[in-house]
Every structure is written in structure tokens, then in C-alpha cells.
Design a protein around this ligand. Structure first.
Ligand code: TYM
Length: 340
């Protein structure tokens, strides 16, 4: 009886899926905008999180870098609190169903829809010598990631919302053409920290590969480096510490402080009402250091045993594959493929 009740509860729990690419070095933006919340979600939801390594090759990346970044990111996800015992944590390429479903979904995605993706347009501008088909197809693979697991909720930063919208369009189209097959997922952006901007250019997103100019704070940065970057952070004219459209630098720092300390933007603003810019930047830096310290320490411990890391990856991939192939099999059948 008890078993039955707990099974019913499990069935009612909503499913969460999200992923992060192993490109560049994960930043405070990734942490405050996404990863920080992922570690706690299993209390309420059934959670799957992936290292989106197949997505990483849409931009130029060296084999050695892809390998190291993937391991680093997997360990970091464990370090931010995604315990493989409570979550399904895996590498996307370890579950071939992602690539398979992505091919199938290509045929139910319109060229015009994919062409409208702002990230595709931005990345094409940044690397005009490498506008490859994978870059164009990127959101379809992302839709496959989500739909394979029948996810109800997809927590993302707001730069990924357009992709989640496209995923919904594809799911609805498929469901209408055949019969209900996919759960149509809902994208969810965190209230605070949905977008963290570069410290050196507060009008641009804090990017993973923005290391050279001190605009990005990396999750694994040492405290001294973090403090130096915050001290150099670009501020705005005037002296007031207030979130406002004409104060992008101060607004960004207040957002970081609020997201790191768990305060609201208003509380953060009140706290610094009588501070000067230098003290303010110092305090935001300290809040970032304290938020990231336990993550870095846990990460360093995990990286001491490569064998254990690979074992965790294998176990995660097996759990994910069981769920993924259930959906994929249904999709093949509905389209009309002969199955053995
Ligand atoms: P990626 O790897 O660029 O970023 C991972 C997550 O971090 C969020 N994020 C930020 N949030 C706030 N401020 C920032 N500066 C910032 N930078 C990044 C992103 O919104 C994202 O939630 N395509 C995805 C990975 C992906 C995925 C998926 C996500 C692949 N398949 C399926 C959800 C569902 C990406 O490139 O995220």
C-alpha cells in the first residue's frame, strides 16, 4: 500500500529538463541564471540535467578542449548541488536518442522558423567563416533534448526562451499531425539573475568566453581574481546606487548582489543607499566570492578521481536512455517506420 502511494506521488510530480553547453568556462551568469536553482529543484520535481556536448561543436572547438570542458562541467553540476542520486545527470552524446530525434524533428520544423532565431543570427555575425548547418539546426536538437523526456518545465535564462518557444511549436505541430505524443513544455526564467551582464560592458551578456577583458567572472575563479574583476567593474555616471535603465552597470551589480545573497533588488538597493561606488563594488565582489566558494571546493574534490566521474556519467546515461527510448520508439511508430 505504501509502495502504491509513493508510486502515485512520483507519477504526479512534474518533470524538469535543462542543459548547458560545455563551451568556454562557466560563468557567474550561468550560475546565478541557471545552475544555482537546478540543485534544489529535485525537492519538488523529477529532474534531468544534461551537459549539451553535441551543441558545443556548432562553434569551433578543439578535441582536447571539448573533452576537458565536458568533464569539468559535469563535475561542476554535481558541485552546485545536482546529486546524481536524486537527479538524472548525463552527457547528451552518451544517449544517441538525442541525435536521432533531432533528425526526425527536422522534418517538422520550418526553415523560416529556424531562420528567425536571434541566437543563430548573432552567432552567424560573430563567426561568418563558420555558419554551418549545425548552428542553424541547434534549436531543433534542443527541442529533441526536451521532448525526449516529456519535460513539463524547462528552467533557462531569458536568452534561451525563444528556443523553448520553438520547441513548443514543434511539439504542437507533431501532436496535431499524428496524435498527442509530446508534453508541450513551459520555459521558466528565474525571477532574479535571469540575465547577468558583462562587468566591462553591462549592455552585453556575461559570456563564457569573455575572459580576456575581465568582463566575465568564472565559477572556478580564485577569490582574488573575482575581487579584482568587481573592483574594475564599469559603473555609470552619477553617484546613486539605484536600478534604472540609464544605469546598466549599477543595475547589473545590484542584480548580482541580489541573486547571490537571496535579497530582492529593492532590499539590495536599500542596503547600499548611503554607500559610495567603491564600497558597493567591494561588497558585491565579496557576495560573489562567498556564493562561489563552496562550489569551487566541492568541484576540486570531485576532480581528484576521474574513474569515479566516468562511473557517474555512465550511470546517468543509462537512466536517461531508458526514458528517452520510450519516447523515441513511439515517435518512430507514429511516423510510420517499420520497427523490428
Ligand atoms: P548555455 O550553455 O549558453 O547556458 C546555460 C544556461 O545558462 C543561462 N545563461 C545565463 N543566465 C543569466 N545570465 C547570463 N549571462 C547567462 N548566460 C547563460 C542560459 O540561459 C541557460 O539556461 N542551448 C542551451 C543549452 C541547451 C538546453 C537544452 C537548455 C541545450 N539543450 C534543452 C534547455 C533545454 C545553451 O546554450 O545554454
Amino acid at each position: 500500500m505504501e509502495n502504491q502511494t509513493s508510486q502515485q506521488n512520483t507519477e504526479k510530480r512534474k518533470r524538469v529538463f535543462s542543459a548547458i553547453k560545455p563551451t568556454g568556462n562557466p560563468t557567474l551568469g550561468n550560475y546565478l541564471g541557471a545552475m544555482k536553482y537546478w540543485g534544489k529543484m529535485h525537492e519538488e520535481f523529477d529532474c534531468l540535467f544534461a551537459v549539451a556536448d553535441l551543441h558545443a561543436i556548432t562553434v569551433a572547438i578543439e578535441p582536447k578542449e571539448l573533452r576537458e570542458n565536458s568533464k569539468r562541467l559535469f563535475a561542476l553540476l554535481v558541485a552546485v548541488g545536482i546529486d546524481p542520486a536524486d537527479n538524472v545527470l548525463f552527457l547528451q552524446s552518451h544517449v544517441p536518442a538525442h541525435a536521432e530525434l533531432s533528425w526526425l524533428l527536422n522534418n517538422y520544423t520550418m526553415f523560416g522558423e529556424a531562420s528567425r532565431m536571434t541566437q543563430f543570427k548573432d552567432k552567424s555575425k560573430k563567426a561568418p567563416e563558420n555558419i554551418n548547418v549545425g548552428l542553424f539546426d541547434y534549436p531543433v536538437l534542443m527541442a529533441a533534448d526536451i521532448l525526449l523526456y516529456q519535460a513539463d518545465i524547462v528552467p533557462v535564462g531569458d536568452d534561451q526562451m525563444q528556443h523553448v518557444e520553438l520547441c513548443r511549436t514543434i511539439a504542437n505541430r507533431f501532436n496535431n499531425k499524428f496524435s498527442p505524443t509530446f508534453t508541450v513544455p513551459e520555459g521558466r526564467v528565474p525571477k532574479f539573475g535571469a540575465r547577468i551582464y558583462s562587468l566591462s560592458d553591462p549592455t552585453a551578456k556575461m559570456g563564457k568566453s569573455d575572459g580576456a577583458n575581465d568582463g566575465s567572472v568564472f565559477i572556478l575563479d580564485k577569490p582574488d581574481d573575482i575581487m579584482r574583476k568587481f573592483k574594475r567593474a564599469v559603473t555609470d555616471s552619477g553617484r546613486e546606487i539605484k536600478a534604472a535603465d540609464d544605469k546598466p552597470g549599477i543595475t547589473n551589480l545590484l542584480t548580482i548582489y541580489a541573486a547571490a545573497s537571496g535579497a530582492t533588488l529593492e532590499q539590495a538597493q536599500n542596503e547600499f543607499a548611503s554607500s559610495d561606488y567603491a564600497t558597493f563594488k567591494q561588497r558585491v565582489g565579496e557576495a560573489a566570492v562567498e556564493t562561489l566558494r563552496p562550489v569551487r571546493e566541492k568541484y576540486e574534490a570531485l576532480r581528484r578521481d576521474d574513474g569515479e566521474l566516468l562511473r557517474l556519467m555512465q550511470a546517468g546515461a543509462e537512466k536517461a536512455a531508458r526514458l528517452a527510448y520510450r519516447t523515441l520508439e513511439k515517435v518512430y511508430k507514429k511516423i510510420g517506420f517499420v520497427r523490428l
